[in-house]
Design a protein around this ligand. Structure first.
Ligand SMILES: CC(C)(COP(=O)(O)OP(=O)(O)OC[C@H]1O[C@@H](n2cnc3c(N)ncnc32)[C@H](O)[C@@H]1OP(=O)(O)O)[C@@H](O)C(=O)NCCC(=O)NCCS
Length: 163
């Protein structure tokens, strides 16, 4: 049986593994609705570039969950300023949360979420917002358990010329 996962800030050396998990997150969304969720070529490479950039700037929270020194999950969020388009004042945003398939349903997602919510609040986020794909009930149950309520519904119309 695996021991308790360790949740810690991501390091540069974690980026390849995080990018691999992020690639799975992208593919999961793309498979569910390819006309809404993009899948670009070399998506892991792209995510690696993005995470390196994000780690280097302030206002970003990137945490990993490790079991026996292996990264089995990550969570990524940012502090955001007032957004007039979203009618949303200063806030924290949780962008990604992912736990490796074999490590799920053992509390790791909950621990990652607890940790990022605490960190975003410590950094001053007066509210925290996230988006979750329609039909992703496992994620929605996790978020509801952590105090999130549905507040906005995105709608997509696929163009006739689009894929
Ligand atoms: C959503 C996700 C992050 C949850 O991660 P997780 O590690 O499985 O989360 P938890 O273990 O904390 O909770 C999952 C379930 O396990 C249960 N659980 C937690 N610890 C447990 C334990 N020790 N024994 C048995 N069950 C347990 C929880 O109660 C929960 O049950 P529920 O699904 O019936 O509500 C994970 O499913 C995932 O990575 N999914 C794919 C990516 C994704 O959808 N990300 C969200 C995009 S918005």
């Amino acid at each position: 049986m695996a021991g308790q996962p360790v949740i810690r800030p991501a390091a540069q050396s974690d980026i390849p593994r995080m990018a691999q998990l992020a690639g799975e997150l992208v593919r999961l969304h793309h498979a569910a609705d390819p006309s809404r969720f993009m899948l670009v070529d070399r998506v892991e490479e792209g995510y690696g570039w993005w995470f390196r950039r994000e780690l280097a700037r302030g206002g970003t929270v990137l945490l990993v969950a490790c079991e026996a020194d292996r990264v089995v999950g990550y969570v990524y969020g940012t502090l955001e300023e007032r957004d007039w388009n979203l009618l949303l004042d200063a806030h924290g945003a949780v962008h990604d949360i992912f736990v490796d398939g074999v490590s799920r349903s053992a509390g790791i997602g909950g621990k990652l979420l607890d940790a990022i919510l605490s960190e975003l609040e410590r950094l001053g986020a007066p509210r925290i917002v996230l988006s979750t794909m329609v039909g992703n009930h496992a994620a929605q149950r996790l978020f509801a358990r952590h105090g999130f309520r549905p507040t906005m519904l995105e709608m997509t119309r696929s163009g006739s010329a689009g894929p």
